[in-house]
Design a protein around this ligand. Structure first.
Ligand code: IMP
Length: 430
């Protein structure tokens, strides 16, 4: 049955929120499969702007079941706060299903995230300090707390004893306050009661849905270059952001996935540290950032801006088996005279037309991008265009040029933040 993975094809913040919001109503289930409240996007409900960090966007549609899969890490305080915000906006969260196997971000994970960054000093990763890495670390160490543990205080107590035996030791080492089991049981209790009715065997739920011919959207967070395995390690997040993560993060097999849509901004941004070959450390970068409103939804940090990088785009097409691309924020490029696109890298006299993973090539600022320069459409307002033909000729040529470089059809183009500021070029969820 048709199911789609929606994945960030750059370093996150590609505008996944807008595209998820646009296409969610075509799906019966919208499922988060990795990450946690390090993600963030704004959705518009009536006249209200809502910032969602954890809740799948499908929550806005009555016909859609929002699911938090086993691969997600859940800060219960954030989840409950988000549920309350949605209720206040008249949006029901009754249909929400949360995997019993999803891991819980505990207060000590947040403390340890901050402490680890401090220890790294100028080599810091620039994490969102939401406790994401330390929570996945405990999952791999097999001392994590899972959502199902919140439902049985006896089990939770035992698991917390085990976790704290190691965590308190590290907290002390960093000179931070330690925790007692009692303190944490008290912290968990009110959240557990709100979450309890939503806890489900979500792998079984989703596979049954597929058998019944239901349509599923897997909503990726962060992006390909932030993937723990395929990104610019160690400047990555701690989860599998790529399309393959949709299988491990939900319990649905790869044959169930029929489409993979990669979201790519018409230029590129990155928050946090790490290599960024096409970064514009100049007034053009500042201009694109200002016009594009490039500030993080989660941390408010200014995003680094740069030209579109086709080396990365091809890499993302391979890593994710992209069937479609949604190109976002094309309207922002109306602020520049000409537009550069990186088609290859050069380093040590060698040309790379693929993304080099070896740090001797990538770090720090070692590769030089090879650019092609295209004429722009400066001053022309694209936000009213609704068909491809209505775009200025140079904007059409830019899209066709990128499509050719990526080798994947660009089937959606966003020309503004609103739902209707979108051009469809053959997208279908089926
Ligand atoms: P963490 O996910 O908080 O551990 O942060 C690790 C890296 O991923 C940092 O460079 C963050 O800036 C980046 N990151 C995490 N979430 C997002 C996101 O939603 N958008 C963009 N970057 C992100």
């Amino acid at each position: 049955m048709p199911s789609t993975v929606l994945v960030g094809a750059q370093w996150g913040d590609e505008g996944k929120g807008k595209i998820t919001d646009l296409i969610s109503s075509d799906y019966d289930y919208v499922v988060r499969y990795q990450g946690g409240n390090n993600a963030g996007h704004t959705v518009i409900h009536g006249d209200t702007k809502l910032a969602l960090h954890l809740m799948p966007s499908g929550v806005l549609y009555d016909s859609c079941v929002p699911v938090i899969g086993n691969g997600v890490v859940v800060d219960p305080s954030v989840l409950v706060q988000e549920m309350e915000m949605l209720h206040a906006g008249g949006i029901s969260t009754e249909r929400l299903a949360i995997s019993c196997d999803a891991h819980v971000i505990m207060p000590y994970h947040i403390d340890l995230d901050g402490a680890a960054e401090k220890r790294l000093g100028k080599n810091e990763i620039g994490t969102t300090k939401r406790g994401i890495g330390p929570c996945y670390q405990d999952k791999a160490e097999r001392i994590g707390i899972r959502i199902q543990d919140l439902l049985d205080e006896h089990i939770l107590e035992k698991k917390l004893e085990t976790a704290l035996a190691s965590k308190n030791h590290i907290l002390e080492h960093y000179g931070l306050d330690t925790y007692t089991v009692e303190q944490l049981l008290d912290w968990c209790r009110p959240y557990a009661e709100v979450i309890r009715p939503h806890v489900a065997e979500t792998a079984q739920l989703l596979n049954q849905a597929l058998r019944e011919g239901k349509n599923i959207l897997f909503e990726g967070a962060q992006g390909t270059l932030l993937d723990l395995d395929h990104g610019t390690y160690p400047f990555v997040t701690s989860s599998s952001c790529c399309a393959g993560g949709a299988c491990t993060g939900t319990g649905v097999g790869p044959k169930a996935i029929t489409k993979v849509i990669g979201i790519e901004k018409a230029y590129i941004t990155r928050v946090g540290s790490g290599p960024f070959p096409t970064e514009l450390d100049d007034e053009i970068g500042d201009l694109i950032g200002e016009v594009g409103g490039e500030y993080g939804v989660t941390t408010g940090r200014k995003r680094r801006c740069g030209w579109f990088d086709a080396v990365i785009a091809r890499y993302a097409a391979d890593c994710n088996s992209l069937t479609d691309v949604a190109l976002t924020k094309l309207d922002v490029l109306s602020c520049v005279d000409t537009i550069k696109v990186c088609v290859a890298y050069e380093a040590d006299g060698k040309t790379y037309d693929y993304f080099p993973m070896q740090h001797s090539v990538m770090y720090p600022k070692h590769v030089t991008p090879v650019y092609e320069e295209l004429p722009g459409w400066k001053g022309e307002d694209l936000t009213g265009c609704r068909t491809f033909e209505e775009l200025p000729e140079n904007a059409r040529n830019y899209v066709l040029y990128l499509e050719n470089l990526i080798g994947v059809p660009i089937s959606i183009i966003a020309v503004g933040p609103d739902r209707d500021q979108t051009i469809y070029r053959g997208w279908s969820s089926r």
